[in-house]
Design a protein. Sequence first.
Length: 363
Amino acid sequence: MRPIWLEKSSGNVKIIDQRKLPHVFEIVDLLDADDIVRAIREMYVRGAPLIGATGAFGVYLAVREAMKTSCFDEVFQRACENIRAARPTAVNLAWAVDRMTAAISSATDPSEKLALAREEAGRITEEEADNCRRIGEHGVSLIEEAARGKNGRTVNILTHCNAGWLACIEYGTATAPMYIAAEKGIDIHIWIDETRPLNQGARLTAWELGKAGIRHTLIPDNAGGHLMQHGMVDMVIVGTDRTTHTGDVANKIGTYLKALAARDNGIPFYVALPGSTFDWRAADGLKQIPIEQRDPDEVRYVQGLEGGKTKSVLLCPEDTPAANYAFDVTPARLVTGFITERGMCEATKEAIAGLFPEMAGDK
Ligand code: MRU
C-alpha cells in the first residue's frame, strides 16, 4: 500500500487520510488543485517526500482543471502558486512544483501538457520510492555495525515524528534502515517519541511499525534524554523537511532537543533524507528555513479514541494561549551524518556536495 496513487480509470488522485489514523482508515479522492492544497495544509497527507509527491499530482490536476477553461495560463499558474504555498517548511513541495512545471513547459497543446504532467508525477513518485529503498540499503550498515558492537544484543534506535512510508511513498526515510534491518533478522527495538502536538509518532509510526512486526515502545517526547543517560539508546535516526546544503536540519519540533541530548551522551544522531529534501540555496538553517506556525488549537486539544469513536478533547484551561511551532532546526554540528539514496556523508557542505556534485553548483 502507498499513501498516494493515481486512479487510472478516473485520473483522480487517491490518498490515505492520515488525520484519522490509526483508528480510522479512510481513502479520500482529490479532484482538483484546491483539494490538493487542503489535503497538504490540513495534513491529510504530510511528511516531506509525500508533500512533494502530492504537489506533483496537484500540478497534474491543475492542468486538467485549466484545460476546461478559456484562460489556461492564468488558471494553471494560480493553482501552482497555491500548491507551492500550502506548507512552507518542506522544500520538497516547491521542488516538485518546479520540476513539474519545467517538465510540461515544452508542450504547447494542453492535452500534451496533461500527458507529460501525468508521466512526470508518476516518475517523481517512483523515484522517491526507490530513493527510500536505497536509503535503507545504505543506512542498514549503521545498524549492522551497532549490532556487531553489541555482540548481537538488541540495537535500540530512537526516532521522532513519522518518517516512515506514510510520510514518503515506500519504506520511509528514517524507518527504511529499520525495515531492512528487520528483513535481515537483526534484533532491533525502536523508541518512538509521541511527537506532540499532532502525535505523528504515537499515531503513525506506532501503527506502521506495529503492522510491520517491528518491536517498538512509545515514549513521551521528553523521555529520550533519560533513556540516553541510562544507555538505552544506541542511535537516533530522524527524517527532515528541509536540510541546507551546509547541513542544518529542519525537522519536526523537538528534534533539536534530541540532538542536544544525543551529543551530551555520545550517541550518534543520523538524519535520513532523499536529495529532494536538500535546499541548495539556503546556507544558514536558523536564518533561512521558514518555520511553519500552525493553529494553536493543535496544542490545546488532543485527539484520541473513546467508545470506538475518534474524539478531540481540550487539555488546558479554555482561555490558555498556545504557540504551535511545527519545526525546529538542528545545526549541522550536532548531526553525526546523513543517510541518502547515494550513500552516507558527514554534515558538511563539502561532504554533501561530494554526493550531489551536480546540485552543489546550482545556487
Ligand atoms: O508536520 P509533518 O507531519 O508533515 O512533519 C513531518 C516531519 O517532520 C518528518 O519527520 C519529515 O517530513 C521527514 S518525512 C520522511
